[in-house]
Design a protein around this ligand. Structure first.
Ligand SMILES: NC(=O)c1ccc[n+]([C@@H]2O[C@H](COP(=O)([O-])OP(=O)(O)OC[C@H]3O[C@@H](n4cnc5c(N)ncnc54)[C@H](O)[C@@H]3O)[C@@H](O)[C@H]2O)c1
Length: 251
């Protein structure tokens, strides 16, 4: 098992990619600290992990609130002794034409997708430096961090910024053995995309733009993340892994 003796912190573990990462990491032998704003959703993830013989704790966390992040990390360390990896999956999406985008819409997107990843990562690194162990961090960007999409300037901006955040951290903490990498998914079958999946015309159009002819599955993103948080990726830092079925190869 690739993650034996490791503790993996997963934000957004109640749904979609975070849920798949938490379940797959537990199957790889990791103990899981789940963080999500939605307690009920996290309970479901925990049940799946426990019934497969894995170990997980869930903490209600708003990634925009430092106190809740600190108390989640303290609980993780109290329960499992240390933390070894952080996967920043908590995030939101909304489709709003640029001229209708309010300051509130903008702030909410940037707060959760960018500031949330910053706050979680900063507190995580403080803990890792206290442990003196090294660690691996994964940020969830998106193809929207590489190319533009209409009606999602705020989302694209948040996902582009996350790429730079990861690179700066890779540089600053490489000497301490803290690796920082980005996974950039294409369009994946998660609740975030139900508005496309549930609209047959929109679904058909979206799939037509993907060389592999389908949306990705959460597990296909989780597998890429397993590599980056395992020791198999011991020399990967500052890197970006596109997992998009070829969606942006033509751009
Ligand atoms: N699904 C995709 O196609 C896709 C593509 C590219 C990137 N991503 C990115 O991957 C990440 C996960 O997306 P997903 O598809 O799993 O979404 P999702 O909506 O299925 O899950 C997101 C999770 O984040 C949690 N969350 C939201 N706000 C939070 C907050 N303030 N504090 C703590 N938790 C919070 C939600 O409760 C939910 O459980 C996001 O950052 C998203 O932008 C997704």
């Amino acid at each position: 098992m690739r993650l034996e003796n490791k503790t993996v912190v997963v934000t957004g573990a109640g749904s979609g990619l975070g849920k798949a990462v938490a379940i797959m990491a537990a199957k790889e032998g990791a103990r899981i600290v789940m963080a999500d704003i939605n307690q009920a959703a996290m309970d479901t993830t925990k049940e799946e992990i426990s019934s497969a013989g894995g170990e997980a704790i869930g903490c209600v966390v708003d990634v925009c609130k430092e106190e809740s992040i600190v108390s989640m990390l303290n609980k993780g360390v109290e329960t499992f002794g240390k933390v070894d990896a952080l996967v920043n999956c908590a995030g939101i999406f909304s489709s709003i034409p640029f001229l209708e985008l309010s300051e509130k819409d903008w702030d909410r997107m940037i707060n959760i997708n960018l500031k949330g990843s910053f706050l979680c990562t900063q507190q995580f690194i403080k803990q890792v430096l206290r442990q003196n162990t090294g660690a691996s961090i994964v940020f969830l960007s998106s193809i929207s961090g590489f190319i533009g999409f209409t009606k999602s300037a705020h989302y694209c901006a948040s996902k582009g910024a996350v790429r730079q955040l990861s690179k700066a951290i890779a540089l600053e903490f490489g000497p301490q053995g803290i690796r920082s990498n980005v996974v950039a998914p294409g369009t994946i079958e998660t609740p975030m995309n139900s508005w496309i999946i549930d609209d047959p015309e929109m679904h058909k159009q979206s799939v037509a733009s993907i060389p592999m002819g389908r949306f990705g599955k959460s597990e296909e993103i989780a597998s890429a993340i397993m590599f980056l948080i395992s020791d198999e990726a011991s020399y990967c830092t500052g890197s970006e892994l596109l997992v998009d079925g070829g969606q942006i190869t033509h751009c």
